[in-house]
Design a protein around this ligand. Structure first.
Ligand SMILES: C[S@@+](CC[C@H](N)C(=O)[O-])C[C@H]1O[C@@H](n2cnc3c(N)ncnc32)[C@H](O)[C@@H]1O
Length: 167
């Protein structure tokens, strides 16, 4: 019984740590996944990173529908485990990394998707400016990236905003 409690503690601790680091787990709404992928216009073989991929629903959908190489980065053990299983079962070209999104290199990213707390965006913006190659697209859900001019803002009544940026 004590190992169940121990496991529970580890899962809770890692989820709390991730929540404090950049955002708690709140999934992208299912009906917005199509919208954001249409905005990103992924092409087969491109690399799509999802920073804080949660249960992997977005990165796996991108790999399944558009043939991209999906890379989901997640710090919370429970979410990373679910994303890993989802990726395996989907038989798509998706890799899930148990890692801190602030420490993952993004030099080869064609597309980056993120849905984090606004407080994390200042820090991630500096990372994008240092690492992203020219032409890379960044899609942000709900919040804009401070001081960046979006190429497109997808605003639909009653839905969350989506922001597309092109480096
Ligand atoms: C708002 S949720 C979005 C989940 C997923 N992207 C989606 O749209 O369904 C943010 C996710 O980022 C993860 N996260 C927070 N800080 C992180 C960090 N430093 N490195 C990796 N993942 C992190 C959380 O565990 C959570 O699953």
């Amino acid at each position: 019984m004590s190992w169940i409690f121990f496991l529970f503690l580890i899962l809770t601790f890692s989820a709390a740590y991730a929540a404090l680091s950049a955002a708690p787990w709140v999934p992208t709404r299912r009906w917005d996944i199509d919208r954001l992928l249409q905005l990103a216009q992924p092409k087969p073989g491109e690399k799509l990173y999802e920073l804080g991929c949660g249960d992997g629903r977005v990165v796996v959908a991108a790999a399944k529908r558009y043939g991209v190489k999906g890379i989901g980065v997640e710090l919370s053990l429970l979410q990373a485990g679910v994303a890993f299983l989802r990726a395996k079962l989907s038989k798509t070209n998706t890799q899930i990394k148990l890692a801190n999104l602030f420490h993952v290199h993004l030099r080869d990213a064609d597309i980056v998707y993120l849905f984090l707390m606004p407080e994390a965006y200042q820090r991630i913006r500096a990372k994008f400016e240092a690492e992203l190659k020219p032409g890379a697209r960044v899609i942000s859900y709900v919040w804009p990236i401070p001081e960046w001019e979006p190429t497109i803002v997808d605003h639909k009544e009653g839905k969350c905003d989506l922001f597309l940026y092109r480096r």
